[in-house]
Design a protein. Structure first.
Length: 194
């Protein structure tokens, strides 16, 4: 019987024996433990077939998408620092309204927070136009014919606008942080947009 194993010289204690294993195939069976580029070795009978691992298995992990929040609509309120006072308030309000309305297509709580930011932007816009507009009307139409010693009654709109602007900055930061945590902001203002 031909054996795939080489004959080794026998020792004095063990006489030479021929292998009693049946002949094996030259190629491993499909799904065997050896890859195609490896040399075929006989598999002893009764050994379970193993599926080889790919030589370089790479796992692909997709990056988790950030959860949408309407915090950006509130943080847009901080653009009030980027422009000239008065004009910056108008531009900031328009940006907050646009970004807040854009958030309304997202699910809750983004929709509610975006609507609240758009409402506050509209409130701040109206306050800026009314208060600064009345002060500019006083400066252009009434002040030239009168003395400059009565600033206090007509200067109250500017003082009120400055206080509202300070409140605007505080709630833009506070509500932006609250919205970024996924919480619903408690809106402060007239709800023009439902």
């Amino acid at each position: 019987m031909n054996s795939p194993y080489p004959d080794y010289p026998s020792s004095p204690h063990y006489p030479a024996q021929q292998a009693s294993l049946p002949p094996t195939q030259a190629q491993p069976t499909p799904g065997g433990p050896y890859l195609a580029y490896q040399a075929p070795y006989p598999v002893p009978p009764g050994t379970p077939q193993q599926v080889p691992y790919p030589p370089y298995a790479q796992q692909h992990y997709t990056a988790a998408k950030p959860r949408p929040t309407a915090a950006i609509a509130w943080f847009m309120g901080l653009f009030v620092f980027a422009f000239y006072p008065g004009i910056g308030a108008i531009i900031t309000s328009v940006i907050m309204i646009a970004v807040g309305l854009n958030c309304r297509k997202d699910p809750e709580p983004v929709r509610t927070n975006g609507t609240a930011a758009a409402n506050w932007g509209l409130n701040y816009l109206l306050a800026t136009v009314l208060l600064l507009g009345s002060f500019l009307y006083y400066m252009i139409a009434i002040l030239p014919g009168r003395g400059s010693d009565d600033f206090l009654p007509w200067g109250l709109p500017v003082v009120a606008w400055l206080l509202i602007s300070l409140f605007h900055i505080i709630i833009s930061i506070a509500f932006g942080v609250r919205a970024s945590r996924g919480k619903v902001v408690p809106f402060r203002g007239i709800p023009f947009i439902k």
